[in-house]
Ligand binder design. Structure first.
Ligand SMILES: *Cc1c(COP(=O)(O)O)cnc(C)c1O
Length: 383
C-alpha cells in the first residue's frame, strides 16, 4: 500500500518555515551557543545522580506542580546573588527560560495584542510572538547597541505593546541596560494603555539569561521588582550555571504576574527529575559558578585582543568589537562574514553567524579554546 498524499493544515504563518536552531556540528572547538565550557565537577555530578535516584523512587506520582522546594531554593540563590530577597510566590520556573518567556506571551499576548523589542536582539522573541498569534514589532538599538530612550518611548506610545522584551545583557551584542533605562521603560509602559487590553500597561520582561556575567557595578533589574508589578526578570541555569542540558529557566516578578503564568502552564510542566537536578545544582551554586570569574576575565581579554587587530577581511580596518557584559563577544565588520565563519569551521572552530550584517559572535571558552579561535582567526581573516 502506498502512503496517500495529504496536505496538512499547517498554519499559514508556519508554512515553509525552517525550525530555529544553531548548527549542532561535531567539531573540536564549540563556541557558538554561549554554553559554559566547564562541565559540572564530580561532586556536583554525584549529588545530581543521588537526588535523581531518589526522585526516581516516586516517578509513579506526578511531581509537585508548584515546585515549592525549588522556589524556596531560588529565593535563597537570588538573595545571595543580587541581594534581593523575594517571597516564593514571586518565583516561577519552567523548562528553560525560553519556556518561561513563551508562557509570558501565552498569558499576556495573543490576537489583537503586540509584543515589542529592539534589534539586534535574541532571535527567539519573534517566534514566541508568532506562535501565540501576537503582533510583533521591533524597534532599533543605537549604533553602540544601547537603547535610545527617546526612540523607545515613541515606539511604546505608537505601538501600545502588551509585552516588551529586553535582553540585558543583550544577545548577540553583550550590552547591559543601566537600571535607569529599565526604570524609564517601566515608567513609559505605565503611561500607555496596551492595545487589546482594558487599559493595562505592558508587561516589561528583562531577560537576564547572562546576568551572572555582568561586569562589577552593573546592577540587576531584580532591584526594581518591588516598585513595578508589571516588571518580570527572567533568568536561566543554562549559561553561568553550566546546566544547559538540564533545561531550567526561571523568573521573578510580582505574585499577580506569576499567577497569570500558572493559568497557561501545562499540567506538571516541570518534571520531578528536572526539579531534582535544579535543586542539586543550586545546592552546589558556588562550585558551578566558580568559573564565571575566569570566563569574565577571558571575555575582557578577548575584547581587548580583538580591538587591537586589523583585518584584511574587514577591508584592512581595525576590528569593531561591542562592549560585553555576557560570555560572548560580537565583532566585525567583515566584507563576507560567511567566508570568515566557514574558514574558522574549516579550522575546527565553530562560532555563530548572527547579529548585524558583517558581524560574528564568539562564545567565551577555555583558554585553550580561545587560543584555537585566535590562531584560526589570524589565518582566516588576515589579521
Ligand atoms: C541562551 C538564552 C536564553 C536561555 O535559554 P534557556 O531556554 O534558558 O536555555 C534566554 N535568553 C537569551 C537572550 C539567551 O541568549
Amino acid at each position: 500500500m502506498t502512503t496517500p498524499i495529504v496536505r496538512l493544515p499547517v498554519r499559514p504563518e508556519h508554512a515553509g518555515i525552517e525550525p530555529y536552531g544553531a548548527p549542532q556540528l561535531d567539531v573540536p572547538v564549540l563556541l557558538n551557543v554561549n554554553e559554559n565550557p566547564y562541565p559540572p565537577g564530580e561532586d556536583v555530578v554525584a549529588t545530581i545522580a543521588a537526588d535523581v535516584a531518589s526522585a526516581a523512587r516516586s516517578l509513579n506520582r506526578y511531581p509537585d506542580r508548584d515546585f515549592s522546594a525549588l522556589r524556596a531554593d531560588l529565593v535563597e540563590y537570588l538573595a545571595g546573588e543580587s541581594g534581593v530577597r523575594l517571597s516564593p510566590e514571586r518565583l516561577w520556573a519552567a523548562n528553560g527560560s525560553n519556556e518561561v518567556m513563551l508562557q509570558i506571551l501565552q498569558a499576556f499576548g495573543g490576537p489583537g495584542r503586540t509584543a515589542l523589542s529592539f534589534a539586534p536582539t535574541y532571535s527567539m522573541y519573534p517566534e514566541y510572538a508568532r506562535d501565540t498569534s501576537t503582533r510583533w514589532v521591533v524597534g532599533r538599538r543605537a549604533e553602540d547597541f544601547s537603547l535610545d530612550l527617546e526612540h523607545v518611548r515613541r515606539t511604546i506610545a505608537a505601538e501600545r505593546p502588551a509585552v516588551i522584551l529586553l535582553a540585558s545583557p543583550n544577545n548577540p551584542t553583550g550590552t547591559a541596560l543601566p537600571t535607569a533605562v529599565v526604570e524609564a521603560v517601566c515608567e513609559a509602559a505605565l503611561e500607555v494603555h496596551a492595545a487589546g487590553t482594558d487599559g493595562a500597561p505592558a508587561v516589561v520582561v528583562v531577560d537576564e539569561a547572562y546576568g551572572e556575567f555582568r561586569r562589577a557595578g552593573t546592577p540587576s533589574a531584580l532591584e526594581l521588582l518591588d516598585r513595578y508589578p508589571h516588571l518580570a526578570v527572567s533568568r536561566t541555569m543554562s549559561k553561568a550555571f553550566a546546566l544547559a542540558g538540564a533545561r531550567v529557566g526561571y523568573l521573578a516578578a510580582s505574585a499577580e504576574l506569576v499567577d497569570a503564568l500558572r493559568v497557561v502552564r501545562l499540567p506538571y510542566h516541570l518534571s520531578a527529575v528536572t526539579q531534582a537536578v535544579a535543586r542539586a545544582a543550586l545546592a552546589h551554586a558556588p562550585a558551578l559558578l566558580a568559573q564565571v570569574e575566569a570566563l569574565r576575565v577571558e571575555r575582557d581579554a578577548t575584547v581587548g585582543w580583538l580591538r587591537s587587530q586589523r583585518s584584511a577581511a574587514a577591508g584592512g580596518a581595525a576590528l569593531q568589537v561591542a562592549d560585553s557584559d555576557a560570555n560572548f563577544v560580537l565583532f566585525g565588520s567583515f566584507d563576507d562574514r560567511h567566508a570568515v565563519w566557514q574558514g574558522l569551521l574549516d579550522h575546527g572552530v565553530l562560532i555563530r553567524e548572527t547579529g548585524p550584517d558583517g558581524w560574528l559572535r564568539v562564545s567565551i571558552g577555555t583558554p585553550e579554546e580561545m587560543r584555537a579561535f585566535k590562531d584560526a582567526l589570524v589565518e582566516v581573516a588576515g589579521l
